[in-house]
Design a protein. Structure first.
Ligand code: IPE
Ligand code: IPE
Ligand code: MG
Length: 233
């Protein structure tokens, strides 16, 4: 029962269901992404309020390039718009923004916004928001192995391997939330989820409210994390 009332240090979210949210309203998928941005701000406020240290948000996977160009472009312009617009809000709330994922095929425009967002919020010390962009868990592992090979490292263990991942200083997620009713990982954190508690909810991401977030926290607090051990009664 030691977990009761415990606030997870790191929550990761697969923000899914924007397209379906729009479709149900007879709108273009883009409107779902637009509404999804509001839900991001809500989640950041909530995470800060309850004292979560790290919030990772899966925003765009390496597989999402396979969507129509029009949708991909709209997602990236929303992102750039959001970063530029929300820097003051993030700074006021002492939030540090970080981006994780491959940067090689991002446009100059997107790269500039990312660098600016990170730079302007680097003093934020109450909550770190990690936006996973052009990210996939397998790509991250392969990138780590490439670095290891390049450096000619001859021996590796789990702890030293971690140092080659994108964000070695961020602890593994305690809780993963996926919205929209899908119950899969979709190539999100692959290495880091080894002992994460998983929570799936049918709520579509644009509808994900403070109350829904709180519900996920309650469920997390009722779980017994054993990490392979036997806990004393
Ligand atoms: C999640 O919503 C956002 C991204 C993947 C960028 P979706 O766009 O996947 O929404 P659904 O799953 O089609 O409803
Ligand atoms: C996962 O959602 C990626 C993000 C939320 C960014 P998808 O909608 O791409 O996942 P699948 O295709 O349903 O597995
Ligand atoms: Mg989806």
């Amino acid at each position: 029962m030691e977990n009761l009332y415990k606030i997870p240090r790191h929550i990761a979210i697969i923000m899914d269901g924007n397209g379906r949210w729009a479709k149900r309203r007879g709108l273009d998928r883009i409107y779902g992404h637009r509404e999804g941005v509001e839900a991001v701000e809500r989640a950041i406020r909530f995470a800060k309020k309850v004292g979560i240290e790290y919030l990772s948000l899966f925003a765009f996977s390496t597989e999402n390039w396979q969507r129509p160009t029009q949708e991909v472009d709209a997602i990236f312009s929303l992102l750039v718009e959001y970063i530029n617009l929300k820097i003051p809000f993030l700074k006021e709330n002492n939030v540090r923004l970080l981006f994780s994922g491959r940067r090689d095929n991002l446009s100059e425009h997107v790269l500039q916004a990312i660098v600016r967002g990170e730079e302007e919020t680097k003093e934020g010390s109450s909550l770190t928001v990690l936006i996973m962009l052009n990210y996939s868990g397998r790509a991250e592992i392969v990138d780590a192995v490439r670095k290891i090979v390049r450096e000619g490292v001859k021996d590796i263990d789990e702890e030293s391997f971690r140092n080659y991942l994108y964000n070695p200083d961020i602890p593994d997620p305690d809780l993963l939330i996926r919205t929209s009713g899908e119950e899969r990982i979709s190539n999100f954190f692959v290495w880091q989820l080894a002992y994460t508690e998983l929570y799936f909810t049918p709520v579509l991401w644009p509808d994900f409210s403070e109350e829904d977030f709180l519900k996920a926290l309650y469920v997390y607090q009722s779980r017994e994390r054993r990490f392979g051990k036997i806990l004393d009664e």
